[in-house]
Write a protein that binds this ligand. Sequence first.
Ligand SMILES: [Zn+2]
Length: 292
Amino acid sequence: MKRLQSFSHAAIALMGAAAISTAADAQQSRGLKVFISVDMEGLAGVVTAGDVSSTANGDYQYFRKIMAAETNAAIEGAYRAGATDVLVRDSHGSKENILPGDLDPRARLLRGASTGPKNMMEGIDSTFDAVVFVGYHAKAGTPNAILEHTSTGNVVDISINGVSLPEGGYNALVAGLVGVPVVFVAGDRAVVQQIRGLLGPIGAVAVKEEINDASNGMSPKQAQDEIRKGVEQAIRNRAHAKLYKLAGPYSMVLKVKQERPIYPGATRVQQGEFTFNSPDLLEILNAFNAMK
Ligand SMILES: [Zn+2]
């Protein structure tokens, strides 16, 4: 009985200590978590659709190795900056491009298509400290860009609250919604300019640029070195990164080539053009995913 009583006093003392521990202690104890979303069109050397299609006769098998290598460079940069946990979201097509054994074993891999609105950001939540984009590309209609498109390729344009967005733009909004800043983007020069235009001067590496539909770019090795250094620096500087947010309620204007069945609550404005309003950003993305 006496023993039990002294244990209770110790337990109460511990509870008191926990109650006065600071937020900084809490962050330290949960570590530094980094979320990496990886697409293919913006990888070093990629220039045609066949390079990123598992069903085409291009160099897909080669470029999925490059995808893993650029991702591993980002993972290494994150760990050098103090990361304790890294989650990689395979974000291209079927989301089954990175062969799991090719990935740095320190990272976890979120593989396969997912249901719900987050898509290329599946797995993000408020426990993360920074988001990194690798292999990203510019939105549909961007001049001087390589493999520019938005999502399915059926999308002519998506804007939210009047802001026309590339994939990296609405993905940054999803991160902002849970309080996590995007700190770095790698892809062609066009996507780097586009993302910085929306998010501000975040870390970036332009691994290639378009010249009359051709790609003038770094060697994969050089791209990986730059990504490793760039991600490390961007994560070290994450305190300066701003959350990307638009004030709600949200209003989407979606323009598509081929119309899909209309999402409940959406309005058809004219041929190929729909609007949808909601106070919930994820509901906006549900409508986008249904009609894109
Ligand atoms: Zn893609």
